[in-house]
Design a protein around this ligand. Structure first.
Ligand code: 2HG
Ligand code: ZN
Length: 464
């Protein structure tokens, strides 16, 4: 690392927060997939917004790009270095401030974890609209930067929908402040909305103002064994139409369940296996179990249905679904394809993806699971060399041909770049690249993520 830059950064954040020894750097250099990793020039850990701004200014002057990083739970290679960038860790920005229990709003530092925020607001009767399995490590700033989805999107939407305002540092060190945020504020471009999902390529998010949802501790979880995805979607349709309390509708399949059982030592949920499993969760002010049971009664075989209301029982049913990621990871390093389909085509996709893979990439071992309620399936492929993209290509082309998206909630990162053109038009790509060039002309914020831009070339002045 350049000694002048190191001395300047140390003066800003303190000597112990500029990390350069390889052992301490290691956990910042590899993401949750273990498929994506690179060597960082350094890791810098500012404590507040003004330090972030000064770090950015310094690095821009030194011509050293930065990879902003929260909990490093990303799955598309967007939060780890690729070729000697510095890692800008936001985890020290971990203050929860200005929790307004009357409005149901809170402002938090980018480095606050989802779990910590949940624990902070729940006793006062509020909750965070987005929930996901990596809650103990995922940070609110990272969740906004990647527009995280999770298990409750059907009821509350993704992270962008929870956002009332934010504070962020632009590439030139200027601070963009839309805090505390107003529910009505119709004054031009929605910059927080633009930064949500920009994957650290446009600005570094430092503080976030979120709208909260009422905490609904009365919950019921049903796990149902079914003959097919089509049968699962028929139940989702019936429950969704009749139960406004429906919050999650998740699916998984026998091959994923077998891995979870082997990895966790859990007992199989039913006496026999089923081709498809559907997990539903309803939440309300009063016990939603009787209404859910009454809705399911004419639709499901009682031997293939479990209903849980107490927390430990609910957690046991959720474990079959939530522990897929770690069970797959224990088997090997998967290729992860996080796709959405129009819901009417989800059943067709699930059938066809298996037959396409069997024909085109017979060594791929597909494990599917995901959020059936919003058409989002996680296609995990085991048994493939890290750089062989034949199977990825087949799956993503099938998704595009069925009118879906190549990324539902994990983002593009570096993993999906080659396929972005399948579901974003030339006009879309041109507009996104124009925004990137305008906000980060020198290309110092997460370069190479979402798309590659040659920052030395003049911007094209007309559409291709
Ligand atoms: C989930 O839904 C996450 O559990 C992770 O989005 C998905 O591991 C995956 O592919
Ligand atoms: Zn997911």
């Amino acid at each position: 690392m350049d000694p002048t830059l190191r001395a300047r950064l140390q003066r800003i954040v303190g000597p112990t927060h500029v990390i350069h020894d390889p052992e301490t750097r290691a956990s910042y250099e590899t993401d949750w997939t273990r498929r994506f990793s690179g060597t960082a020039a350094f890791v810098v850990r500012p404590a507040d917004t003004s330090q972030v701004a000064r770090v950015l200014q310094c690095c821009r002057e030194a011509g050293v790009p930065l990879v902003p990083q929260g909990g490093n739970t990303g799955l598309v290679g967007g939060s780890v270095p690729r070729s000697g960038e510095g890692v800008l860790s936001l985890r020290r920005l971990d203050t929860i401030e200005d929790f307004d229990p009357v409005a149901g709003e809170v402002t938090v530092g980018a480095g606050v974890t989802l779990e910590r925020l949940q624990q902070h607001v729940r006793p006062a009767g509020w909750d965070v609209g987005v929930d996901l399995a990596s809650r103990a490590s995922a940070t609110i700033g990272g969740m906004v930067a990647t527009n995280a989805g999770g298990v409750r999107v059907i009821r509350y939407g993704p992270m962008r929908h929870q956002l009332i305002g934010l504070e962020a540092v632009l590439a030139d060190g200027a601070i963009l402040s839309r805090l505390p945020g107003l529910l009505k504020d119709n004054t031009g471009y929605d910059l927080p909305g633009l930064l949500a999902g920009s994957e650290g390529t446009l600005a570094v998010i430092t503080r976030v103002r979120l709208r909260l949802i009422p905490n609904r501790p009365a919950r019921a979880v049903a796990l149902i064994g079914l003959p097919s995805v089509a049968a699962a979607l028929e139940i989702v349709r019936a429950v969704r139409a009749a139960a406004p309390t429906l919050e999650a509708a998740e699916v998984f399949f026998p091959e994923g369940l077998a891995l979870v059982l082997r990895h966790t030592g859990l007992r199989a949920p039913f006496a026999r296996p089923y081709p498809c499993y559907l997990l539903l969760e309803c939440a309300g002010a009063t016990d939603p179990a009787p209404a859910l049971a009454a809705l399911l009664e004419p639709l499901v075989d009682p031997a293939a249905a479990l209903l849980a209301t107490d927390r430990p029982d609910r957690d046991r049913l959720w474990a079959y679904r939530e522990r897929h990621t770690e069970a797959i990871s224990a088997e090997g390093i998967p290729h992860k394809l996080d796709v959405t389909l129009p819901i009417g085509r989800l059943a067709q996709f699930e059938r066809e993806v298996r037959s396409h893979l069997a024909a085109l990439a017979p060594s791929a071992r597909p494990i599917l699971f995901g959020h059936a309620g919003d058409g989002n399936l996680h296609v995990n492929l085991l048994g493939l060399p890290p750089d062989d993209e034949t199977a990825d290509d087949a799956v993503l082309r099938l998704v595009a041909s069925l009118g879906g998206s190549i990324s539902a909630e994990h983002g593009i990162g570096i993993a999906k770049k080659p396929w972005l053109h399948l579901t974003r038009s030339p006009a879309d790509l041109h507009a996104m690249q124009a925004i990137k060039r305008a906000l980060d002309p020198a290309g110092i914020l997460n370069p190479g993520v979402i798309f590659d831009l040659d920052h030395t070339a003049p911007a094209p002045d007309h559409l291709p």
